[in-house]
Design a protein around this ligand. Structure first.
Ligand code: AMP
Ligand code: GLY
Length: 423
């Protein structure tokens, strides 16, 4: 089978790494890819939302399966685009259709879905420009901190958590009236603050059945001790040590099952990954958010623990035979530490040569924001590389990642030295 992965980050390098190991994969393409995918696949210089260019590439390269890495193409309806095109309708797409992608594309849609299917989540109300005054009144009924969420996609920046009521009112006005996040904040969801520790659960579904992949925890803030600005993710650990069997059963029964059942009841076709962002409040899991794709850098610790041939899984997902596939998981822990460009997530420089990759033997380096340039590998983004290691415990794995990082360098390289600190 010929396979195309859409995306250019560490997540997509990890997909390519895993797919390249499959006996079912003949030719592998990544669009647009990075220096890491270039070593395993053919990179195609095509943007992930350029559907017409993707169509040509799929036809020219006789692609059988497309794996959609990021959310944007899904929310823009890439799966529907394939289904509605005579030349593409038999190509399998891993990722939900547009209607179900609204679980990530609209916070309000996701909250209504959870309410309808009794899935535990924070209490909420949503507001628009014309009822901003009601929004202020609703804020007055809540205790701090106040959680404001832009309804639409805002590149991971649309959630504000504020300690002060006046500040919350000002930000609500900024979002609704002054379009702080553009169209994404035409609506704002105001939520009850949930206090607890976060983890993520990853589910595969063919629309009928589901399989649960290992849990992971990511570290989103730039600073050690989880302080400072939010990033795409600075590291991750799998499995999550506090996710006991009892807690995992609660996640499956109270959240995963009703989610997959809810999709069916609501007639929302879904072939793809469901990434459920959870928070453990007391002993109970509650949903913070849905994403309709895998997480990054969670993929860099979850897929290395998957022993089953991933292409076999994708085929079963697209044939609605997922229930017949056994998912085999490596018992070892996996951890990853993200190397980022100095200054990230604010302004940073690009084009810095990366040294030492040839010395790494105890870890797997997944490339993210890096590209090949005249035989060199240079930085091209904020999150540059994810250094993943296995261990008998997450402590052992993390130690290996840090030892490998000591062999790597580029100008102004930064990483968090405390991944896993809170476990
Ligand atoms: P989201 O984009 O919905 O995942 O939100 C981004 C981050 O904000 C989450 O990872 C949480 O750390 C935090 N967050 C979101 N909603 C809540 C909530 N209701 N209570 C506490 N923290 C939240
Ligand atoms: N690591 C969080 C995300 O991929 O959204």
């Amino acid at each position: 089978m010929n396979i195309l992965v859409l995306g250019s980050g560490g997540r997509e390098h990890t997909f390519a790494w895993k797919i390249a190991q499959s006996k079912h994969c003949s030719k592998l393409f990544v669009a647009p890819g990075n220096s890491g995918t270039k070593a395993l696949a053919t990179n195609l210089d095509i943007g992930v939302t350029d559907f017409e260019a993707i169509k040509s590439a799929v036809i020219t390269n006789k692609i059988d399966i497309v794996i959609v890495g990021p959310e944007d193409p899904l929310v823009q309806g890439i799966h529907d685009f394939f289904l509605n095109d005579l030349d593409l309708k038999n190509v399998a797409v891993i990722g939900p259709q547009k209607a179900a992608a609204e679980l990530e594309g609209s916070k309000e849609f996701a909250k209504e879905f959870m309410k309808r299917h009794n899935i535990p989540t924070a209490a909420y109300q949503s507001f628009k420009k014309d009822n901003v005054e009601e929004g202020y009144k609703f804020l007055e009924t809540l205790k701090p901190p106040y959680v404001l969420k832009a309804d639409g996609l805002a590149a991971g920046k649309g959630v504000l958590i504020l300690d002060n009521l006046n500040e919350a009112k000002t930000e609500l006005k900024n979002m609704l009236v002054d379009a702080k996040f553009g169209d994404a904040s035409t609506k704002v969801v105001i939520e009850e603050f949930l206090d607890g520790i976060e983890l993520s659960c990853f589910v595969l579904t063919d629309g009928n059945d589901y399989k649960i992949l290992p849990t992971a925890k990511d570290y989103k803030r730039i600073g050690e001790g989880d302080i400072g600005l939010n990033t795409g993710g600075m590291g991750a650990v799998s499995p999550v040590p506090f996710a006991t069997e009892e807690f995992l059963n609660k996640i499956e029964n109270r959240i995963v099952k009703p989610t997959v059942e809810g999709l069916k009841k609501d007639n929302l076709p879904y072939v793809g990954f469901i990434f459920i962002g959870l928070i453990k409040v007391g002993d109970d899991p509650k949903v913070i958010e849905y994403n309709v794709r895998m997480g990054d850098p969670e993929t860099e610790v979850v897929l290395p623990r998957l022993k089953t041939d991933i292409v076999k899984i994708f085929k079963a997902m697209s044939n609605q035979t997922l229930s017949k596939v056994d998912i085999d998981i490596d018992n070892r822990a996996a951890t990853t530490v993200m190397l980022v460009s100095g200054g990230y997530p604010e302004a940073y420089e690009k084009g810095k040569e990366i040294f030492g990759l040839e010395n790494i033997s105890e870890s797997i380096v997944f490339h993210a924001g890096s590209k090949s340039e005249n035989e060199k590998i240079v930085t091209s983004g904020g999150r540059v590389m994810a250094v993943t290691s296995y261990g008998n415990s997450y402590e052992e794995a993390i130690k290996k990642s840090y030892q490998s990082i000591n062999l790597l360098c580029f100008d102004k390289m930064y990483y968090r030295k405390d991944i896993g600190f809170d476990l």
